[in-house]
Design a protein around this ligand. Structure first.
Ligand SMILES: C[S@@+](CC[C@H](N)C(=O)[O-])C[C@H]1O[C@@H](n2cnc3c(N)ncnc32)[C@H](O)[C@@H]1O
Length: 230
């Protein structure tokens, strides 16, 4: 008997921001697969979802190091996909938990292509992405009418052009390019808000460029830039 595999978005941090569908699937799952950035580093995604497991699941830890190299990430994806397949082949119901939404810059994406090639059907349950939660909690809309929204994960040669064509830009993974971003904000008009660890007790919000420069940013930091607001 073949098992089942689900990729589940657990949202930005507040367990109440998970979908009803996610809770239903999680409640009677056998195995929880959790991505870790290094052995023994733990999983925030599992901490968020833990209250909803009705029976204690077996934990399958999958290491996905924080590396920029796409090919190496894909190699880890293949190895981890094989470990999931072993469990579904044994008839188990496996859930893979991911922060925010699984289809946005998530390690889950590195599993999907390999699972499909191995004949494992993956069912994806969306989650509330970090920037939706930030915009909602601050009460600041992202875009309206015919405005354009861009999402940027790194500061490269295209970034300034993309920003010039957009009304609102969501800068994710900003801890990796904080200096370049501060320089951009200094040179351009507009307004921004930087939020670190949104929805968690240590959440920080700043609109101040000096603060952005001084602070050692958490990996979980997102900056929202409004080009036309002053
Ligand atoms: C690998 S991406 C994962 C995105 C996730 N799948 C989503 O839908 O939000 C990690 C980036 O998401 C953003 N992020 C995730 N959680 C966050 C939070 N609680 N507060 C602020 N930014 C967050 C940060 O920009 C972080 O560098």
């Amino acid at each position: 008997m073949s098992g089942e595999f689900y990729g589940i978005g657990v949202g930005p941090g507040d367990p109440e921001l998970m979908t009803v569908k996610a809770l239903k699937i999680i409640s009677n799952s056998d195995i929880v697969a959790i991505p870790e950035s290094g052995k023994g580093k733990g999983s925030l995604a599992y901490e968020i979802a833990e209250p909803y497991f009705e029976k204690e699941p077996e934990i399958l830890k999958l290491v996905f190091p924080m590396i920029g190299d796409g090919r190496l990430k894909s190699a880890y994806g293949k190895e981890n996909a094989l470990r999931i397949k072993e469990k579904t082949d044994a008839g188990k119901k496996v859930v893979f938990l991911t922060l925010g939404d699984p289809m946005i810059y998530s390690t889950y994406i590195y599993l999907l292509e390999h699972l499909a090639a191995m004949g494992v059907k993956a069912i994806t349950i969306p989650g509330i992405t970090s920037f939706s939660a930030i915009s909602a909690s601050l009460g600041i809309p992202l875009v309206k009418g015919d405005e354009k929204l861009a999402v940027i994960p790194e500061f490269d040669g295209d970034t300034e052009n993309i920003a010039a064509l957009s009304d609102c830009v969501i800068f994710m993974k900003v801890s990796g390019y904080k200096d370049k971003l501060a320089d951009f904000l200094c040179k351009n008009s507009g307004r921004f808000v930087l939020v670190s660890d949104a929805g968690r007790p240590k959440e920080k919000v700043t609109h101040d460029l000096d603060n952005l420069m001084k602070t050692d940013l958490s990996y979980f930091s997102t900056l929202i830039y409004y080009r036309n607001k002053t």
